[in-house]
Design a protein around this ligand. Structure first.
Ligand code: GDP
Ligand code: MG
Length: 182
């Protein structure tokens, strides 16, 4: 007993970024994966993902984070995008209420393709734009509570809470899996 940990365990978690166009999904990913922010938003064609390795309980966990790369503009995120995802960050922009109003629809779409036991976090991005805020922290919190999601406000620009948001989702997935194994 107790030798299982010595066997090279590998964890690979697929996590998807969803939310309206221009809420900052791509910049959250580049901030997380490369600590970069890109002011000119390139409309890349096709789906992209980045793999980031994080350590949880001394174990190497690979997070494969998928970015819609512009598909969401036409509300044409394919089922392949969601396939096999065990985590999701549902992103809105705190300075644009319409993006917050869309969260419900994104959650509906997510529930069609994925198990709701996946690790899900509601992310209110662009919290640096306090002066033009349209969605309060409380509104974000209560929606998250009602839907059973983690919640965090972030700024990809100022590097606020970005690491933490991804890591909470990754840890939740890890905990879910550990509970199943036990
Ligand atoms: P996406 O369409 O959801 O992938 O959004 P992008 O990452 O392309 O960002 C859309 C626009 O919002 C770009 O002009 C970014 O520079 C800007 N942006 C992204 N994140 C932030 C943020 O945290 N704060 C501010 N002020 N602007 C941001
Ligand atoms: Mg993008």
């Amino acid at each position: 007993m107790g030798h299982e940990e010595e066997v090279g365990e590998e964890y690979l978690f697929k996590i998807v970024l969803i939310g309206d166009s221009a809420v900052g999904k791509s910049n959250l990913l580049s901030r997380f994966a490369r600590n970069e922010f890109d002011t000119n938003s390139k409309a890349t064609i096709g789906v992209e993902f980045q793999t980031q390795v994080v350590e949880i309980d001394g174990k190497e966990v690979k997070a494969q984070i998928w970015d819609t790369a512009g598909q969401e503009r036409f509300r044409a995120v394919t089922s392949a995008y969601y396939r096999g995802a065990v985590g999701a960050l549902i992103v809105y922009d705190i300075s644009r209420r319409t993006t917050f109003d869309s969260v419900k629809r994104w959650l509906d779409e997510l529930s069609i393709h994925c198990d709701t036991t996946m690790g899900r976090m509601l992310v209110g991005n662009k919290c640096d734009l306090e002066n033009i805020r349209e969605v309060s922290v409380e509104e974000g919190k209560s929606l998250a509570e009602a839907e059973g999601l983690f919640f965090m406000e972030t700024s990809a620009l100022d590097a606020i809470n970005v690491q933490t948001a991804f890591e909470i989702v990754i840890r939740e997935i890890y905990n879910n899996i550990s509970r199943k194994v036990l």
